[in-house]
Write a protein of this length. Structure first.
Ligand code: SF4
Ligand code: FES
Length: 258
């Protein structure tokens, strides 16, 4: 092994094997099917510079208590599975480094405004149903794209794409819905996630579903239920601004834009 490789290898083994500190991880435990009472189990976990909250929870699962229920998949802020409350704030566990929390005690709880399945895992049914309701796809009723017409794609300018691109980053993690005070008060409210996606498709110049989508959200449990707390936009890990999407949707309904 070359000198350089030896140095890299030594550095790596130090990074992997030498925990920089330990933290106390408090995990909310509950199982509504058995007993609705919540308790907190505490574990002391070694952490390194890049340890995420999800890594710490998986450490518990691997070595201390494999019965902890947590949903995750990609471990890179792409799948939207690992949302939870971390020290009281909605966040992705795989996108939150322990050292950045600047505390020796980390409390993880299931997201608010979602029914708990068990421990940190929540039920997404309501959010996905609302998402489906707003028709989250490009609607085209014409037969423009056909081999015999010679049209194979519908082109958009960079300006067209700019109108909706930030909204297409949504990974359906539900953090916006969990931060929303209106979701907590009105279980029929469609929620910021679905409203932001309604805007995403309406703003797409290829789409022809605007009128139907506006009819769906023009409801007392739809867009008019939002009180503009703005917390949805503050917690989004992907830079989506549902509060702005809701404002823009209202401008269509108020006749301020076509
Ligand atoms: S808008 Fe942001 S916070 Fe809400 S579900 Fe999509 S990615 Fe998550
Ligand atoms: S595990 Fe996929 S977003 Fe965190």
């Amino acid at each position: 092994m070359s000198e350089l490789n030896q140095e890299i290898s030594q550095e790596k083994s130090q990074t992997v094997l030498s925990p920089t500190k330990s933290v106390k991880l408090r995990i909310s435990r509950s199982n509504p099917e058995v007993n609705s009472e919540e308790r907190f189990d505490e574990f002391v976990i070694p952490v390194e510079k890049y340890t995420t909250v999800l890594d710490a929870i998986l450490n518990v699962k691997s070595h201390l208590d494999h019965s902890v229920a947590v949903r995750y998949s990609c471990r890179q802020a792409s799948c939207g599975s690992c949302g939870m409350k971390i020290n009281g704030k909605p966040a992705l566990a795989c996108f939150t480094k322990v050292v950045e929390l600047n505390t020796d005690t980390i409390t993880v709880e299931p997201m608010d405004n979602f029914p708990i399945v068990r421990d940190l895992a929540v039920n997404f049914t309501r959010m996905f149903n609302n998402h489906k309701k707003i028709m989250p796809y490009v609607v085209r009723e014409d037969s423009e794209i056909k081999p015999d017409t010679g049209v194979k794609e519908i082109l958009q300018t960079p300006e067209d794409v700019d109108k909706y691109i930030q909204f297409s980053s949504c990974i359906k993690c539900g953090l916006c819905n969990s931060a929303c005070p209106t979701m907590a008060m009105d279980t029929s409210f469609v929620g910021p996630q679905a409203l932001a996606q309604a805007y995403r498709y309406i703003a797409d110049t290829r789409d022809k579903g605007k009128d139907n989508r506006l009819k769906i959200i023009d409801d007392s449990h739809g867009i008019w239920r939002c009180h503009f707390a703005g917390s949805c936009s503050q917690v989004c890990p992907k830079g989506v601004d549902p509060a702005m999407g809701i404002q823009l949707l209202r401008s269509y309904l108020l006749g301020l834009r076509d």
